[in-house]
Design a protein around this ligand. Structure first.
Ligand code: NAD
Length: 461
């Protein structure tokens, strides 16, 4: 078998050499042009992109355009509108000791970035970090997911065609990621599972390559006192129907105040069935389909009740939604990220119980709250998560003026909008001496220097 590293190294070397050569030449105008070319290629191949994603994930093409083409184009448009401002040196005001100097932070490209993407939004999650990396002036190597082969092949054809000097695509599985991770990239942006995140960080450590880890986990939704039941049901159902719940920020499970449980469950059931009526995304492959059935079987065997919200079509890997009631902490469904259309519903008598349950697990990527101000504020302040949504699901992920990222087990660093630009930039402090008086404290330490030192200490301490 051919060694993937031998095939990939020349592509890396080419990106690196181009990057060094461009150094000052990749200014605002060139970056805007590169982003334009990227936007053009996405617009020109819209239908092909939707078809590739639909083939990989068996999803309606309308949804494929909405979740794969639109976010990429809107990220490019957002970068184009703001790039001039983001690229400007940022002033750092002098502190008392620094009077007589001026200082700025100069955003500079890190160099050559590596983007490793997952399969669940195979186009968007590969492209959005590429947009940020290019906006920040980097060259990029992209490793799309082998579990979305049609999209990977398309990316490998379109990206180098649009930006031959700036982007290379390496297709393949973990062995390709491993070969790439052994190379001295200047930044690694990884989106995927916490388990692989650990492997990526360990590999990057060998070359001291900084990493951004966009990971997953179990993001809970909590519905409490004061919640608008109809609204909560609509957003929760949507969060599970979209992409068949295969979203890092999908509501994983639901904690609900016991008096609201019956009405909320009925409303979720109705919304879910209506939204899924026209068909939903398939489960990505047989392994994941079997994994989800395994979670249900394990829960049922241990006494949980499962209600199916429709018919399964295992051949096409279309799985009906399931409401799961009576789960306990020891069940697999309570421990691993569900990443599918199953919703455990857990009633609570006191909000503290739900908060304690959340705090007992790893820090989630996001937490969603539906309820009155007091309940929402308590949940926000007494828990820790990458982000926090009120009266909605999924949306914080789409807000380009909000950094998107996790904390602890759900990741580190952030992407999207300016946060993405900053991730791929080094904000280099540049300090200039205008007329600092510091040399008055230089040695030799005469009596005058000592008196001045005492005066400065009194002034500052
Ligand atoms: P994954 O971690 O299995 O794979 C992600 C990428 O890593 C793929 O390109 C894969 O080829 C590569 N990879 C797999 N094993 C590897 C190894 N041993 N060494 C090096 N590289 C390896 O994740 P997935 O199944 O594609 O995606 C689902 C996961 O991603 C879920 O946990 C989900 O929550 C998370 N996710 C997070 C975000 C986010 O923005 N935070 C977005 C989407 C998905």
């Amino acid at each position: 078998m051919t060694d993937p590293a031998a095939l990939l190294r020349p592509a890396f070397d080419r990106l690196k050499a181009g990057n060094l050569q461009r150094r000052t030449a990749f200014g605002l105008a060139e970056r805007l042009r590169a982003l334009d070319r990227l936007a053009r290629v996405v617009k020109d191949h819209r239908a092909e992109i939707a078809a590739a994603v639909a083939a990989d994930l068996g999803k309606p093409e309308v949804e494929a355009e909405l979740v794969e083409v639109l976010p990429v184009l809107s990220e490019i448009a957002h970068c184009r509108r703001n790039l001039r401002r983001w690229m400007r040196p940022r002033r750092a005001w002098p502190t008392l000791m620094m009077l007589g100097t001026s200082a700025t932070l100069h955003p500079q490209p890190k160099g050559v970035a590596l983007v490793i993407a997952p399969w669940n939004f195979p186009f968007t999650l590969a492209l959005v970090p590429v947009v940020s990396a290019i906006a920040a002036g980097n060259a990029v190597m992209v490793k799309p997911s082998e579990m979305a082969p049609a999209t990977s092949t398309l990316l490998a054809r379109l990206l180098p065609q649009a930006l031959p000097d700036l982007v290379a695509v390496a297709t393949g599985g973990p062995e390709v990621s491993q070969a790439l991770l052994a190379m001295p990239f200047d930044h690694v942006f990884f989106t995927g599972s916490p388990a692989v995140g650990r492997i990526v960080m360990q590999a990057a450590a060998q070359n001291l390559v900084p990493v951004t880890l966009e990971l997953g986990g179990k993001s809970p939704v909590v519905v409490g006192e004061g919640a608008d039941i109809a609204r909560a049901a609509r957003w929760i159902a949507w969060g599970k129907v979209l992409n068949a719940g295969q979203i890092c920020v999908a509501p994983d499970h639901l904690h609900v105040a016991r008096p609201l449980m019956r009405d909320l469950t009925a409303a979720i059931r109705a919304e879910w069935q209506a939204m899924a009526a026209d068909g939903t995304t398939a489960i990505v492959n047989d392994r994941h389909y079997a994994r989800l059935i395994g979670l249900l079987n394990d829960a049922t065997a241990q006494g949980a009740q499962v209600e199916a919200l429709g018919q399964d079509h295992p051949k096409a890997r279309h799985m009906a939604g399931r409401l799961v009631i009576g789960t306990t902490a020891g069940m697999a469904i309570s421990q691993e990220e569900i990443f599918g259309p199953l919703l455990p519903i857990l009633p609570y008598d006191d909000l503290s119980t739900a908060i304690d349950a959340i705090n007992a697990g790893p820090k989630p990527l996001t937490i969603y709250a539906f309820g009155g101000d007091q309940m929402v504020s308590r949940l926000r302040d007494e828990t820790s998560s990458g982000s926090f949504g009120v009266n909605l699901t999924i949306m914080p992920f789409l807000h380009q003026n909000l950094p998107f990222g996790g904390i602890g087990n759900s990741g580190m660093g952030a992407g999207h909008g300016q946060a993405g630009f900053d991730t791929f930039s080094h904000l280099k402090p540049v300090m200039r001496n205008r007329l600092t008086l510091l040399p008055l404290l230089f040695p030799p330490y005469t009596g005058r220097v000592r008196r001045l030192k005492d005066w400065v200490l009194r002034l500052l301490a």
